[in-house]
Structure formats: C-alpha cells, structure tokens
Design a protein around this ligand. Structure first.
Ligand code: FES
Length: 165
C-alpha cells in the first residue's frame, strides 16, 4: 500500500473524468470508485478529488465518514464481519470469534499485517437463522464452528495465493 506522499493519483483523475461534469450527487460513486482502486480513501486522494471536482474536501469527508462502507485508513482486501448478536451469541459466536482472532492475530477493528483481512464485529447480520454467522465480502457463512471459521479463512487466504498459514 503506497503512502500518501508516493500515491499515484492517476486513478483519481480518471474517476473525476468519468463523472464530468462532477456534481454533489456523484460524490458517493466517486468515493466508491476511488476506494475500489486504493482499497481505502487515502488523504491525498481525497484532496485530489476535491481539487479536480471543484467541491470542498469537507463534502467528501462528510460522505466518507457517514457511510460504514468507506474506510479512511488502510483496509484489508477482505472484510470479515463476525456477528455478536443475541441469536449468534447463544449459539457459540464468542468461541467462533475467539478462533478467528487467534487465527488472524488481530482484534476487532484491526487489519492483518499482510493487508488480507480486516476484522469487524456487527450487532446482527440479519441472517439469524444461519447463526452463528460471519460475512466475508458479500458472502455469508453460517452454522459456524470455530474450526470451520478458521478453515474458511485459510481457504480464502490460499485462494489469494498469499497464504502464510
Ligand atoms: S444475531 Fe447474528 S445474524 Fe442476527
């Protein structure tokens, strides 16, 4: 992940060009496009978005901080969301979470050093019938056991060809 000072801002110019004439209504999709490119919203990219679009940078930060889908800090390639809601809790979710934390070596809200996984907990994923459940990207994994959760993470890491597990 490049640091802000070394960031290639070509992608930001391409995003703004794709939205020209740039209006406030374009902010969300522009932020999504920029995040797709960098994996998060680097400060230099936000400044460049504001400069090229002619809109105040505060407008971009206002949207980026309002929606949970946006990340202002470097974020893992895969977001792992483990449910800590009641239905999952009573079906062993804490043990699943412990296994995930141990396996990834990060706590809730942290990202693995290889930038492959970011770990989050959520109050309910809306799929209580699958409890205990975790969501990785857009894919739900239900009826989890601690072992199964770890195997799923191993498979994803292996599929990315970066497995150190
Ligand atoms: S409590 Fe876990 S999905 Fe609803």
């Amino acid at each position: 992940m490049p640091s802000d000072s070394s960031l290639d801002l070509t992608a930001v110019a391409e995003v703004v060009a794709a939205h020209t004439p740039f209006r406030e209504a374009d902010i969300i999709s522009a932020l999504q496009d920029v995040q797709d490119r960098y994996g998060y919203l680097p400060r230099a990219a936000m400044d460049e978005l504001a400069r090229l679009s002619g809109l105040p940078v505060a407008k971009f930060y206002g949207v980026a901080t309002f929606y949970a889908q946006f990340y202002l800090e470097p974020h893992g390639k895969h977001t792992v969301r483990v449910c800590r809601g009641t239905a999952c809790h009573v079906r062993n979710a804490p043990k699943v979470m412990d296994a995930v934390v141990r396996h990834l070596g990060v706590e809730d809200g942290e990202t693995t050093s290889d930038m492959l996984f970011s770990l989050e907990t959520v109050a309910c994923l809306g799929t209580c019938f699958l409890s205990p459940v975790m969501l990785i990207g857009n894919q739900y994994f239900g009826k989890l056991t601690p072992d199964r959760a770890v195997k799923i993470l191993q498979t994803i890491a292996g599929d990315d060809g970066k497995s150190k597990i």
